[in-house]
Write a protein that binds this ligand. Structure first.
Ligand code: ATP
Length: 355
């Protein structure tokens, strides 16, 4: 009997080139993981005229977790199910500098923080439309003192922040800070939003997180406007521990954080709900390097170690991370994005060799 069942969606473009060797490497560790492959259909195909095929949904439901490659076309449907269908509300994106990585910082040592991005709300409900269609709502911009519908041809987008959605992700962030504190981190949560310009929606995010903070007196708490936070992120990343952001800011600033750590090729993520979690690299499908066997698999491999941790294979996750750190320290088998000439599979083999 397998100990765990993992659904694998290899993703699009260059993504499978990172996912396949990662799965192979873990499979070689004989942890009793059964890998299943939900069918996501051909590129651009509208499967069974529905957003996502039933068979794939079932395989995901019957698995303990999903390892997901980056999506552009077909696999994007799966991502919608993994996020909104499985209510994976906390998107956890760690940035930890590994010596040997090509960080643009002069002194990247000690950078070790985690962005927790709210994963389901904000601008990502895809509610947009024509400005003229707002006429019946009679919305007035307090700044322009004018009806929005009268601004001329254009589009609007809706931003939604709910109390319950904010509270659950805030609790997740504080619990994470507590867990990290037991591992020697400072125990701090930094929250940022644009509450000066959006006092209702981002103001709610601020107020709810401040309320949650009151029940975590052992964790330091700081609140800032998101543009100040962007500055702080670049100037003093070593001072950060856990960062909590609404969806859109979290999406953008976690790519910036990945850049600080050494690039998109290194940045992992896990998205956690109360009953399910999936794991994927922060980067996209890297279409410009498809088929060349040079995509850096580090982001996918680190996402897989987060997955192993989630499944209870904590020691194995640590072993893989230590092996990767050793390969970076030695610097002999690095992919081109990190200044090396190694191919994807060479890097994975080098890590395997250290296990
Ligand atoms: P998408 O639309 O899927 O987000 P994109 O091209 O807009 O695709 P990314 O796929 O994130 O965005 O790629 C941005 C750049 O970073 C590309 O030049 C890509 O090759 C590079 N890149 C992304 N991930 C990696 C990786 N793991 N290893 C090497 N280069 C990468």
């Amino acid at each position: 009997m397998p100990e765990s069942r993992v659904a694998v969606i290899e993703g699009d473009d260059a993504s499978p080139e990172a996912v396949k060797p990662t799965v192979e490497m873990i499979d070689n560790m004989n942890l009793g993981i059964e890998w299943v492959y939900p069918p996501v259909g051909a590129q651009g195909e509208a499967l069974h005229n529905s957003i996502f095929p039933e068979e794939a949904r079932q395989l995901i439901d019957e698995s303990d977790t999903t390892l997901f490659g980056a999506a552009s076309g077909k696999s994007a449907f799966a991502l919608v199910y993994l996020r909104w269908g499985k209510q994976t509300y906390a998107n956890v994106r760690p940035t930890r500098f590994m010596p040997g990585c090509q960080s643009p910082l002069a002194q990247p040592e000690g950078v070790d923080f985690v962005i927790v991005r709210e994963n389901l709300e904000d601008m990502y409900l895809m509610v947009e439309g024509a400005i003229e269609s707002l006429a019946p709502a009679d919305l007035v911009s307090p700044i322009l003192q004018k009806k929005v519908a009268e601004l001329g041809p254009g589009k609007y987008a809706v931003k939604v922040i709910t109390e319950a959605g904010t509270e659950r992700v805030a609790r997740y962030a504080f619990e994470l800070a507590r867990r990290r504190k037991t591992g020697g981190r400072p125990g701090k949560v930094t929250v940022a939003s644009k509450y000066n310009m959006l006092p209702q929606s981002d103001g709610l995010f601020r107020d709810v997180t401040a309320r949650v903070a009151e029940s975590y007196t052992d964790i330091d708490f700081e609140m800032m406007i998101v543009d100040n936070f962007a500055h702080y992120l670049v100037r003093s990343p070593q001072e950060l521990d856990v960062v909590l952001l609404p969806n859109l800011y979290g999406d953008i600033l976690s790519d910036a954080a990945a850049g600080l750590g050494g690039g998109l090729g290194l940045a992992p993520s896990g998205a956690y709900g109360d009953d399910y979690a999936y794991f994927e690299a922060v980067h996209g499908t890297a279409p410009d390097i498809v088929g060349r066997n040079i995509i850096n698999p580090t982001a996918t491999m680190l996402s897989a170690t987060m997955m192993l941790d989630y499944l209870g294979f904590k020691e194995e996750a640590q072993r893989i991370e230590a092996a990767m750190a050793a390969v970076y320290r030695e610097g002999r088998f690095l992919t081109p994005d990190q200044g090396g000439t190694a191919r994807t599979t060479d890097f994975v083999k080098a890590v395997e060799g250290k296990l």
